[in-house]
Write a protein that binds this ligand. Sequence first.
Ligand code: SF4
Length: 242
Amino acid sequence: MLGNAHPIDVLLKQLLKEDSFLIGEVLVSGAGKEILLRHYKSDDLSITRRSKNVADARFFARFDSSGAYRPLKSAPNLPADWELTLPGLYEARLAIDDFYPAALGMLLARMEGRLAPVDFMKTATRQTGMYRIVGRIEPELAQESIGATCHPQACMRVILWRLSEQTPLKRLPREKFETTGPASILNLPRIYIPTLGRQVPQVPIYCAEACNLLVAACRSAIKKEQKSTFEVTASALNNRTD
Ligand code: SF4
């Protein structure tokens, strides 16, 4: 049946062998013919938006529960008032891609040893135009910006890159990194889901390269530092008595 299936649909079928798995904040369940997606914290009472249309995934992913736009899809602020009931693996794949772009593709590539992470300084020195300055960021300022922008409270992705070939990232907790070795269906971490009353596999969402938000945050940090250096110098010159 799945002989000519898309490789990600095959992966999804394997992930659903235990009936449910968690990806980011989305609990995917597929015991029956249909596949159900909802926020892992939601229950029947908290759901006010029910849909059978895969296109609605994009709308559910777009705003947080206060109605604010979510610029980073992997931020842990997905609303919990929706539920999607989909007819099959193909639709589930499309919906998951709206919630967490490229996450399943990266998981598959990681499992097959094809995912090549790019160290931060390589990404930084590749920038052009107004972001070219990011290539000159001091390592300490880069560590600080990465620590703030990529912190688990801001982004759920698991980081595979380093600052540079010689330098690991220093300002992020252990949970931001892959601790059990490259993922396979057999060694996925497990997480307890209170609404199910049991553990399910947790699919990592990988970050293989610094995103635009991080590059922009680094630029702002450099600009801020330049401004304060300029102000200190200007004030020292103004105070000169000779
Ligand atoms: S660089 Fe990766 S881990 Fe950091 S905020 Fe962007 S997507 Fe998340």
